[in-house]
Write a protein that binds this ligand. Structure first.
Ligand code: NDP
Length: 463
């Protein structure tokens, strides 16, 4: 019985409809985050559950899932090829790739699709990167690389060099794809011969498993000048968030991304196939944030004008709910061993704003639960707005000028209020900043009505 293979924590889950994933092992799958967030957003009473299927039971399990009315299934390692024998039909792209990761209900049984391939294409487009007419270097020739190679030709790459440790695997992949698209655009290269690739600008797709482990180095080619040929790069690995390949590209100033958005969009596209729904960019962003939370840790970001209680509320969240607390102003003072008024005086406001940006960048790489209280001017910089969104859910703590003035008057540690008429300065600054804070915030919270503890609890419940 299928129910016997349900992963332990899901035995008591109840819903009107079910979706699921078959794999082995499967316990640590992130897919429920994607699909349950989507069902909740669309108001669909459905749950997504993982099944650890014994290899010899796959065929029976697929058929039972169909008979039971399962809305849709994902298939993962080690079943992406084996499952093809249990289907009534297979989408031509999935057949050419040789792997199925999504089963959709058809007449008399499931039909197989591969959403890894268009999922990665959608992830690349969502980052403003372009494959069309590009020259590509594909590192790796395993299962994932097959979907990526197919995607390159389908989305208009001009030429694709495939470099792999085992040349025969690269050659087989190139031959298969050239035959499938009736072209000669795929060229296999053994890792030792990488210098035969002409000096040019390439979209680099890292599809080996090198980078998964702590002591891993660069994939296949240990030569920085090779990676300098990248115009953009994707590493399919998403945990760790930054592999040596991505770190190098970042250092070289080359736009790049990890594989988490590929995971996101393969899931979204499966969900769209199962339900006929269209997932908007805004909803995709929400799902992405939930995925990041699950893998890299949860981050709560507090923004707003001085005196609204960002530090006090942040500390409540930290103490009551176990998040690490960061006050960006305090951390900058600590890092530079200087008070903010002195930083302003010695280096100027612009340099201070740069320090804030550098700090935000560092925080985006931390995989822990943080509550971050930001300096009042920090969200005004466009660069910082993007980083804040990337960090986590942003809460604008909001108060009127009178309340703020009553809280901060006479506070000499605030250089911006060191003037003749601080009240008027607060009014005029607030008038400019309020719309900007609102545009960055995911949620606005009036802090004049409740205690810091009540506000902290509200934020935790909403996050
Ligand atoms: P496979 O095992 O099918 O292929 C592994 C690839 O890495 C092969 O090209 C293999 O070369 C190469 N490789 C492995 N170890 C070494 C090594 N020590 N030195 C040189 N080359 C090596 O794995 P997949 O294709 O399924 O997955 C590859 C990566 O992609 C994984 O890290 C996985 O996490 C990631 N992935 C991400 C997805 C996402 O949604 N973001 C989806 C699927 C995969 P060779 O042919 O010589 O053995």
């Amino acid at each position: 019985m299928l129910v016997d293979y349900l992963v332990e924590d899901n035995k008591n889950v109840t819903a009107k409809e079910y979706m699921g994933i078959f794999g082995n092992p499967i316990k640590h799958t992130l897919s429920p985050v994607i699909h349950d967030t989507l069902s909740e957003a669309f108001g669909i009473d459905a749950k997504y559950v993982p099944y650890q299927i014994p290899v010899e039971k796959l065929d029976a399990a697929v058929k039972e899932a169909y008979t039971n009315g399962m809305l849709g299934l994902n298939i993962t390692v080690p079943f992406k090829q084996q499952v093809m024998e249990s289907l009534v039909d297979i989408d031509p792209a999935a057949r050419a790739i040789g792997a199925v990761n999504t089963l959709v209900r058809g007449a008399g049984g499931f039909v197989g699709y591969n959403t890894d391939m268009p999922g990665l294409a959608r992830a690349i487009a969502s980052e403003g990167l372009k494959l069309q007419n590009s020259k590509v270097i594909l590192l790796g020739a395993g299962g994932a690389a097959r979907a990526v190679a197919y995607m390159c030709l389908k989305y208009g790459a001009n030429k694709v060099y495939i470099i792999n440790r085992t040349f025969e695997n690269a050659k087989k992949l190139a031959d298969d794809m050239n035959a499938c698209f009736m072209c000669e655009k795929m060229i296999p290269v053994s890792a030792a011969d990488y210098k035969m690739i002409p000096k040019d600008s390439y979209f680099m797709l890292q599809c080996t498993s090198i980078g998964l482990h702590e002591n891993d180095g660069l994939p296949l080619i240990d030569d920085v000048s090779f990676y300098e040929m990248a115009s953009a790069g994707v590493d399919l690995i998403y945990n760790p968030a930054k592999t040596p390949f991505l770190c190098l590209l970042k250092k070289l100033g080359i736009p790049c991304m990890n594989g988490l958005k590929m995971l996101l969009y393969q899931g979204i596209m499966a969900y769209e196939l199962w339900t006929g729904k269209e997932v908007s960019d805004t909803l995709s962003e929400k799902v992405y944030r939930n995925l990041c939370k699950k893998i890299y840790g949860d981050k709560i970001v507090l923004i707003g004008y001085m005196g609204v209680g960002k530090t006090t509320i942040g500390k409540h969240i930290s103490e009551e709910y176990g998040y690490k607390f960061i006050d960006t102003d305090a951390l900058i003072e600590q890092n530079f061993n200087m008070k903010i008024p002195d930083i302003f005086e010695k280096y100027g406001e612009m340099r201070f704003r740069e320090m804030e940006t550098e700090l935000l960048r560092t925080l985006t790489t931390k995989n822990e639960n943080y509550v971050i209280s930001t300096g009042g001017g920090l969200p005004l910089r466009e660069e910082n707005q993007k980083l804040l969104k990337k960090l986590g859910k942003v809460y604008y703590l909001q108060a009127d000028a009178d309340t703020i003035y009553s809280r901060v008057k006479g506070d000499k540690s605030r250089p911006l209020l060191d003037c003749e008429d601080p009240y008027n300065k607060i009014c005029s600054m607030l008038a400019i900043r309020d719309p900007k804070y609102r545009s960055v915030a995911d949620e606005c919270i009036d802090v004049t009505q409740n205690t810091p503890a009540e506000i902290a609890s509200k934020i935790i419940q909403n996050n």
